[in-house]
Structures are given as C-alpha cells and as structure tokens.
Design a protein around this ligand. Sequence first.
Ligand code: PHE
Length: 449
Amino acid sequence: MTEKRAQFATRLGVIATTVGSAVGLGNIWRFPFEAGVHGGGAFLLIDLFFIFIIGVPVVCAEFIIGRHTGLNVRGAFRVLAPGKPWGIVGYLGIIASILILSFYSVVAGWTLEYIYQSLTGFGGVSSIAGLHSQFDGFATSNWRPAMWTLIFLAINYFILARGVQKGIEKMSNIMMPLLFVILIVFCINSLRMPGAAEGLSFLFKPDFSQVTPSVMLGAMGQAFFSLSLGLGCLITYSSYFKQETPLLRTAGIMASLDTLVAILAGIIIFPAVFTFGMEPAAGPKLVFEILPSIFMRMPGSMLWSVLFFILLFLASLSSTISMSEITIAYMTDEFGFSRRKATGCNIVVAMVLGTLCALSFGMISDWTVCGLTLFNLFDYLSSNIILPIGGMIISVFVGWVLDRSVVRRELMTDDGSVRPWMIRLVTICLRYIAPACIGLVFLFGLGLW
Ligand code: PHE
C-alpha cells in the first residue's frame, strides 16, 4: 500500500464517529424492545454488566488491533498472525456486517416512512389504536417498506463513495449533540405522564425471577450489538485513528454515551407504554407504535415528530456507514477495488437481502427458520451468535497471543492518565473474564448444557 491511509482529523471527530457508530437503532429501537420482551430491570442490569465488564475491554482490544496494524479486519489478522486461523474473525465480521446491514436498513427505512408520515400528519389518525394499526398496515404492505429500505441503502452508497473523512466525520459532529438534546426533552415529557412511575419501575427495578439463560443471551447480544462490537467495525475505524488517540478513554466515553442514550430511550418509551396500556413485550414494532402516540400529545407535535425521526434516521446512517466500512476497507485493502466499486458491491448485496427482510413482515412472513422470520433470524444470528463469538476470539487473541508490549504501547498515553493497573485490569478481563462469561452464556443460553 503506497497511498497514505485516511485518518480522522480531530479528537472530537474520533469520539463523534465511534459514538456515531455505536448510537443508533440499537439504542433507541432495539434496546427498549429487547428490554420489554425480557422483563425490564433485570435485563438492563445484565446488559450493563456486559457493556462495562466485558464490552469496554473488548472495545479496547479491537482498537489495539486496528490502530497497531492500520488495516481492515482480515488484513490485520493476516499481519499479526500469518498462517494462523485467527483471521476467521475477519470473515465472521464481514458476514455479520452484511446480515446486520440488511435488517437494520429495513428499520431505518421505517424511520423514513415516519418522517413522511409526520409531515403529512399521520393521515389524520390520532387515536392510539389507529396509530398501531397504521404501523401494522405499513409494515406488512410489502412494496412500501421495501422501497424505503432500498432508498436508505442508496443514500448509504452516496455517502460512502465520498470517502472516510468528509462523509462520516462532518455529519457525526453535528448530529450527535442534537440527538442528545432532543432525547432529554422527550424524557422530561415522558416523566410527566401518568404511567411514569410504573414505567420507571419496569425499567429500573430488577426482577431476578425473570432471568433465564435466554435473557442472559439476549442481554449479551444487545451489549455487543449496541457497542458495534465483535465484528471488526471498531478494528476498521481505529485503523483510521492517530497515534495520539487515547484508546482507553475513547472506549470509556463511547460505552458511557451509548448506555446513556439507551437508558434515555427506555425512560421515553416505558412510561408511555404503561400510560397507553400497551404490552411492553410487543417486539420490534414497540417503539414505532409508541413514539407517534407520544408526539401526538405534545404541543407542536408535528415539529417534534419530524425532528426526531430525522435524527433517528441520521443516527442509523452513521451506524450503517460504520458496518459497511468493514467490507469496503476489506475489499479496497485486500483486492485493490476502488472505493466506489467496493461500496457498490456491498450495497447491492444488502439491497437484495434487505428487500427480503422487508418482505418478511408481509409476503414472505411464513419463510421461517426455527420459528424466526428472515428479519428476526438475521438479527438473532448476528447479535446473539456471531458478535459474541467474534468478541471472544478477539479477547483471547489480544489477551493471550498478541505481544504484551504492543498492548501496553497502544493503551499508554503520553499524559500519564493511564496507570499500569488499568492496563492490568483490561488484560485480566480479556484473558479470563470475557472468554469465560461469553462461553458460559453460550452454553446455557443456547441450551448446549
Ligand atoms: N451499534 C449500532 C447501533 O446501536 C449497530 C451496529 C452494529 C453498528 C454493528 C455497527 C456494527 O445501532
């Protein structure tokens, strides 16, 4: 490679892009629905354990690999462990990124529909029951969700083909702060609803009688999904980091902001769920049925609704861009594809699979594997299986195989803010705690034991 690899321009840019990757539908759509399905408080607590005890160290591990090699997922392992099977993480990551991109784009397409619906006043519907059946009607209507999925992916193409710095960085710098502000406004609104106490106790009061191995597996999958972890997305992004970027601090900030957004989303959704007498376990449609009902009751409803769905759309975009970057970096680094060509290949595959996912709510809803529709299957396979396996391999690799001095050099910062005990702690997590926890959750959660 003779061409100098692109880099993120500023430190704020690094934080905004990694947070931009992490924060998205995973926090605002997936977290509330998964927490709703898995009983609330206990799910949140286990999710937090996985984010901070397992997630943060594994994020560091991905950062170390990425920045040290400056390469894509596959290339990084080729250089670090030539001829060894570790590179399988690279292939798993590429598969996972395409599966995720496919179903994720369907939900991102829903946000586009909802921008349109907000602008047109939801066709005059304002009753809760009306809004619910409107969503059901839309999601099962085949061509419309498929069309939005394709439009969303086409937008991805245009942004990605423009390159790393210009496209991604600028956008993240503006939209992330705005998203926080608007979420806080909605939280205040939800906290004043009659169902607030019940909603908050559902979200924050753990009921451990609800904890089953599959709840554990779900929470682990949610943690990995939400941190964009285990598929090499962060390896790819950190290959664009500068040598001065503080890895540990970046990982900590990213995990904290990511968690904050998920919790804010929970505080927005659950009070409304109980106020409107909805079922918390409604699944993927939960958030899309609840949000319009919330906005309808706010003064200036159309404005809030349009603004929110635009921000949600942008947050999804900064996440899908980061997943596509995995495959694009792989194809440009390893096969010398032009950026445009690599982007085109990635998006076309996602368009085919994404259309199938969109149709899996309607026309092909009876195409199921183990009782899961294609949409749910892609989600389950990637989040609950591939990402944790990837995370386990990455943690074992950095904990046991990678040269100690590399780990130390990458984690150390010049200003002395990283103490040796912090590095030791990360190493212990990577060597023992992460692999053991992931392994145990798999054994029980998948019923292997
Ligand atoms: N973390 C993103 C979200 O929460 C989703 C994502 C998963 C992005 C995997 C990149 C890779 O929405």
